[in-house]
Design a protein around this ligand. Structure first.
Ligand code: ZN
Length: 311
C-alpha cells in the first residue's frame, strides 16, 4: 500500500504545492481523496496509471478540493474509459459535477456513480471498507478512514501435513477459515493451522477541520493520519475562526487518537513547517512529517502484536 501526496497546499496553491489530493495505490487499484485543481497532471507526474482509479472521496465542496474533477472526468471521456468510476462526497458534490458536465456538454463514455456520504460506512469491498464522519470546518465536510479488513493468520504447512491434511484444495479451505475432514476422517480446524489474525492497516484523512472527536475517531489507531495543518504557532485564533488546524493541534489529535504516523498537509502558503518548528513538533510526536507534493509513503502489511514482539 502506497500513499502519494498529489497536492499539499491550502486553498492558495504555490509554485511547489498543488491543491489537495492524495492517492492510495493498493493491489492495482487507485483510490483518490480530494481532487484539487491539476490533480490529473500530478497523477501523471507521479507515474500513476490513471486508468486504475476506481473511487474518489471528496471531503467538501471547496474549490481547492474539487476543481480537478471536471478535468479528470473529461480526460477519461477523451481516452474512452469504460470502467465505472465511483464518486463519494456530500450531496452538493453531485450537483457541482452534474452542472459542470451539463455546461461543458460532457457526455461520459463510462458510468459515473455518485454516492452521497453520511456518518458511518461509505463503501465496503472484499479487502477493505471506508468510513466517514463529519468534521468541523466552515461548511459541510467529511473526513474518511480507509480500513483494511483483518487477514487470517499465517498458514502453518507443516502442522497441516502432520494433522493429515494433504496439500491441495483442503489447504485453501483452511486458509479461508473453514474446517476440513482429512482422508483418514479426522476434522482439522483452522485455528490448529493458522497463526494469529493479522490486523488490517488504517489510513485516516482529515481535512479541512478543527480538532474534534470525529477526527480523533477516524484516526483511532491509524497507521497513517493525514491531517489539516494550515497554520502554525501564533495563528491559533485564525485557525479557529476559519475552521482549520495548526500543526501543533494536528500533533495533539494524533497523540489522542494513538495514530502511529502523522503527515501534515494542506499547508498554508504563509506557513511551512521546518527547522526548529518541526523539531519542536517531533519532541511531542516523533513520527510527524510534512507532506511535499509527489512524496510517497509505503505502509507495510501488519503482523500480529505477539509476532512483532518476538522479532
Ligand atoms: Zn481546503
Amino acid at each position: 500500500m502506497k500513499i502519494v501526496m498529489l497536492g499539499t497546499s491550502s486553498a492558495t496553491p504555490t509554485a511547489e504545492r498543488n491543491p489537495s489530493a492524495t492517492a492510495v495505490i493498493w493491489e492495482g487499484e487507485i483510490l483518490l481523496f480530494d481532487c484539487g485543481e491539476g490533480t490529473q497532471i500530478q497523477m501523471r507526474k507521479a507515474g500513476l496509471r490513471i486508468g486504475r482509479l476506481t473511487k474518489i472521496f471528496i471531503t467538501h465542496l471547496h474549490g481547492d478540493h474539487v476543481l480537478g474533477l471536471p478535468g479528470l472526468l473529461s480526460t477519461y471521456e477523451i481516452s474512452g474509459r469504460i470502467a465505472p468510476l465511483h464518486l463519494y462526497g456530500p450531496a452538493e458534490v453531485q450537483e457541482y459535477v452534474e452542472t459542470s458536465q451539463k455546461l461543458l456538454r460532457l457526455t461520459l463514455s463510462y458510468p459515473l456513480l455518485f454516492h452521497e456520504v453520511g456518518p458511518g460506512l461509505v463503501c465496503e469491498e472484499q479487502r477493505y471498507y471506508v468510513e466517514a464522519l463529519p468534521l468541523r470546518h466552515v461548511g459541510r465536510t467529511f473526513g474518511y478512514a480507509l480500513q483494511e479488513k483483518d487477514r487470517p493468520g499465517r498458514f502453518n504447512v507443516e502442522a497441516a501435513l502432520q494433522l493429515g491434511v494433504p496439500a491441495g484444495p483442503l489447504f485453501g479451505q483452511l486458509q479461508r477459515g473453514f474446517p476440513v475432514v482429512t482422508p483418514a476422517g479426522n476434522t482439522v480446524y483452522p485455528e490448529q493451522v493458522l497463526g494469529p489474525t493479522r490486523p488490517g492497516r488504517r489510513i485516516a484523512y482529515c481535512l479541512d477541520t478543527r480538532p474534534c472527536p470525529e477526527a480523533e475517531k477516524l484516526a483511532q489507531g491509524a497507521d497513517l493520519l493525514i491531517y489539516d495543518s494550515t497554520y502554525g504557532p501564533g495563528d491559533e485564533a485564525k485557525a479557529a475562526e476559519r475552521g482549520h488546524s495548526t500543526a501543533q493541534e494536528a500533533v495533539e489529535v494524533a497523540l489522542r487518537a494513538g495514530a502511529k504516523r502523522l503527515i501534515l498537509t494542506h499547508i498554508g502558503s504563509q506557513y511551512n513547517v521546518r527547522g526548529k518548528a518541526l523539531s519542536m513538533l517531533r519532541r511531542r510526536f516523533p513520527a510527524v512529517e510534512v507532506a511535499a507534493d509527489l512524496a510517497s509513503w509505503e505502509i507495510p502489511p501488519k503482523e500480529p502484536e505477539v509476532e512483532a514482539k518476538r522479532s
